[in-house]
Design a protein around this ligand. Structure first.
Ligand SMILES: C[S@@+](CC[C@H](N)C(=O)[O-])C[C@H]1O[C@@H](n2cnc3c(N)ncnc32)[C@H](O)[C@@H]1O
Length: 272
């Protein structure tokens, strides 16, 4: 992975999002096959910024990372990579960067990428907040996927939820104009929390609005074990599909560096 330029002062940015982490360290050993994949394929497909001293000291060059210029989707908390691999296979023209802390999950995704011959998936083992803050340039992502984030149901743990006002603003900033934030949760309390955070965004800052037009990326998710369990247990899955407004006078993909204007027909301000 190549670093390119210096967009953010990372220490400064990190101070803007003071949070406890949204994950807990889970132990998990790799099967023999996963261990083999990890040793042979991981170095080509991923980088570990969590436990190894390999964090690039500036934003990633996504074009160099994927070896082509294509719309890029960041998937936060890819788990075992079921959605990641299926959605990447269904959309070969879109590059998918999966961020996860759980090594056995990433090892499974490495195997899926290999078995399915996918060339459009790369991975980062690390905290997605650090990745967004330090490794992703503003206005560079066509999509961000956050599927079944850990709900942290106890009130005293709500501060651990990934979706906070600060992370919403950060994600909005990293999307291109017209880029999509797609969130799914099977936890009713977290769904209310997300709806509330979306509804109370600062319209003067980087923000997202409900997508009412066509999406530039697929919104079709395969059923993962979280969704399957939710269905069996009679819980609804709530989805949020939001977009960064296209700056006035530009088409989708406008960089809109800090001056978003909600002026197009698709830019509804209805954030519920
Ligand atoms: C409930 S699982 C959902 C996995 C997957 N998205 C799915 O739908 O099957 C949430 C995942 O997010 C990961 N996670 C939580 N916070 C994270 C963070 N800040 N950065 C990267 N991964 C995170 C956890 O390790 C966990 O694997």
């Amino acid at each position: 992975m190549r670093n390119d330029g210096d967009v953010n002062n990372s220490a400064e940015r990190a101070r803007e999002y003071p949070r406890v982490t949204s994950f807990r360290f889970r132990r998990g050993s790799l099967t023999t096959g996963q261990q083999r994949n990890w040793e042979t394929l991981w170095p080509q497909l991923g980088v570990d910024i969590l436990t190894a001293d390999t964090k690039p000291d500036g934003p990633l060059d996504l074009e160099a990372l994927f070896g082509r210029q294509a719309p890029t989707v960041l998937e936060i908390g890819s788990g075992t990579g079921i959605s990641t691999a299926a959605m990447a296979a269904a959309e070969p023209d879109v590059d998918v960067l999966a961020v996860e802390v759980y090594r056995p999950g990433l090892a499974q995704l490495v195997g899926l990428v290999d078995r399915n011959g996918l060339t459009n998936v790369r991975m980062i083992r690390g905290d997605a907040t650090v990745v967004l803050t330090e490794l992703i340039r503003p206005a560079s992502l066509t999509g961000i996927r956050l599927f079944f984030p850990d709900p942290w149901p106890k009130s005293r743990h709500h501060k651990r939820r990934f979706v906070q006002s600060g992370t919403l603003e950060l994600m909005a900033d990293r999307l291109i104009g017209g880029g999509v934030l797609h969130i799914a949760t099977d936890h009713a309390g977290y769904a209310e929390w997300i709806a509330e955070k979306l509804a109370t965004q600062d319209p003067a800052g980087h923000h997202v609005v409900q997508l009412t037009g066509a999406s530039p990326i697929s919104l079709d998710r395969p059923t993962t074990k979280f969704e399957g369990r939710a269905e069996r247990e009679g819980r609804d899955v709530n989805e949020f599909v939001y977009t960064r407004p296209v700056p006035r006078g530009t088409g989708p993909g406008g960089t809109g560096t800090g001056t978003d204007t909600d002026g197009t027909a698709d830019d509804s301000e209805d954030a519920s």
